[in-house]
Design a protein around this ligand. Sequence first.
Ligand code: FAD
Ligand code: SF4
Length: 511
Amino acid sequence: MRVVRNLVVILGDHLDDASLALEGFDPLQDLVWMCEAPAEAQYVWSHKARIALFLSAMRHFAIGLRAKKYPISYRTSEDQLLPTLVENLERDIESIKPARIVMTEPGEWRLRKDFESISSDLSIPLEIREDTHFLCSLSDFEKWSRKRSVFRLEHFYRWMRMRTGFLMLSNGKPAGDRWNYDAENRSGFGSAGPNKVPITIRFEPDEVTRAVIQEVEERYSDHPGSLDKFDWPVTREQALLALDDFVKNRLAEFGQWQDAMWEHESYLWHSRLSAALNLHLINPREVCESAENAWRLGHASLPSVEGFIRQILGWREYVRGLYWQHMPAALNENALGADRPLPKFYWSADTSMNCLKQCIEGTLRTGYAHHIQRLMVTGLYALLMGVRPREVHEWYLAVYVDAVEWVELPNTLGMSQYADGGRMASKPYIASGRYIDRMSNYCSNCIYKPNQATGAQACPVTILYWDFLDRHSERFATHPRLGQQVKNWQRKSEADMDYIRRAASLLRACS
Ligand code: FAD
Ligand code: SF4
């Protein structure tokens, strides 16, 4: 039997053959180990497209490694899999008897703990190598944050611009003499709607993906979502084509329409690159470089490119740092004491509220919704309704193709649900139906009226917005940005207040 020096474990979101886990790999002594453990598709009720994307990308990656003569032990359902990664790895370690396990930093706290337990239970050394797919290492984030009592995205982002040089001038100043073009990047389409939305590049499922799709349809038939429109990039080559397509055809208008929404238009000018980034098919550095080059060549304006780079260099790196700093406690935070179950329509889109219907239908059809749909429609409604943050988190982790816990959890619990009490966002992202009306055409095709909080056509989002201010008035009365909204609530007539309170409790009872 072959003696194995390093068993290199490659997880489904570490699909990069230039990763440090494969550094120094010796095909004569080392072995790659990959596994399609069923529990990874089941620990939240995963969308079929999310399962298919991970499995297809893993299989393509393994084919690529084999072509480069890497020896691999790749476990599929044909190998009589045990449910979890840990169980399968333990079983294989007993037969392979490697001297050491090597891997890249896992993207989930749960998995990191699992691998540490295997290492100590089986007395086998575990070497966790840095994940170079990020532009800020966890230790650098730790050093940066240790110096601060309050740390907001904006501080972190400027620091990242300075240390990476993205959109910086040779005199050390930001390009255009401004760090932030947010004010230019928040337009709605108005009643005319979007003009000529570019068609995004599609990746027709090849033989490998078709086999995965069939398997997912059979084995996970009761899971949510559809595979009919599956067209996600599943290889590095496809991810690079998707990046090129975005930079050529959508980046120039990305900034302006970043927050806008429109019926039946899921992607608009968004990049659709999050899943490829999170699976490590492409690197954030090459994505930012490509966007910056487009600006330097005059193909896209600075506000648009800055708006895009901020998401990747700023938000994406920032939420990862926060995740590792605050797990596992973050998982159970619930600063606002929310105690309601997630409304059932989150799994079916069966609701009369058009904004929620559109966003959830799109999510179930494609496994995608853009940031404002997640934050200011589905997230907003759960926050206003007072849904238990953990249930909201489990929904987001299940239904999006790009969902990996290090990025999903802080966005959901911190940014969207304020469960961390303000660590990530200085205030809860609350709004009435008027915001949704300004940013989309959802309200024009809805049976409710966004500006009404009372009466037969009162908008549920608006009712719950006022009710939120009522329920949390004490907490936010003196808040610099929410205090005025609390005062607006307190100025309402007793009759309106009474109506809104009763309507809100009815909405809760019916959800
Ligand atoms: P674009 O709008 O084109 O943005 C470009 C890139 O910037 C994205 O691909 C992504 O990598 C990055 N980015 C943008 N916003 C964020 C952000 N807030 N945090 C981290 N990175 C960001 N993103 C995920 O990748 N996985 C998740 O599971 C996830 N869950 C979310 C849950 C909630 C409640 C919210 C509010 C946001 C979540 N996001 C998540 C962030 C964001 O919504 C998605 O990254 C984005 O919608 C992906 O689409 P896109 O690639 O077209 O992004
Ligand atoms: Fe949503 Fe209210 Fe607008 Fe209807 S009126 S789409 S419920 S915000």
